[in-house]
Design a protein around this ligand. Sequence first.
Ligand code: GUN
Length: 167
Amino acid sequence: MSDIKLLISKFNLKPHPEGGYFSETYRSEGQIPASTLPSAYSGNRNFSTAIYFLLTSDTFSAFHRINQDEIWHFYSGSPLKLYLISDKGEYSEQNIGNDFSDGQVPQFVVPGGYWFAAKTINPDSFSFVGCTVAPGFDFDDFVLPKRDELIAKFPKHQEIIKRLTHS
Ligand code: GUN
């Protein structure tokens, strides 16, 4: 069995709307009441959640946004490149991996409110990573914009947005 099939079956990974595959590994029992959260949250949220996330080199994680900071952790496979656009339109990239002499880091925090996408760097490969957030993840906080919408917001980044949006 290929490494990819093995990971999908071993960890019961399911397709993610942004691209790639995921499964939730942790959801705290405790909840934060909506009344104490910033207004960007539409309801109560768990204290924290974590997922496994698998990207394969034939696809990508499309630009999306959540309210909270998201901590990425590298586990195995090819290094992965994160593409970030701040709400002010500042563009940056960060490689996640375990070749520390090559600018890769095993952990990286994507700031809340940033638009971000990800791609496996090596061809014919995969990146197996984890993503942890607090407050916990809820699809109500997840924004997956259409390509044209994001280009209208950040016209100077249209090339990368075209490459890293699905529709
Ligand atoms: N749970 C489902 N999707 C996601 C995601 O994109 N990020 C995090 N952190 N948790 C999720």
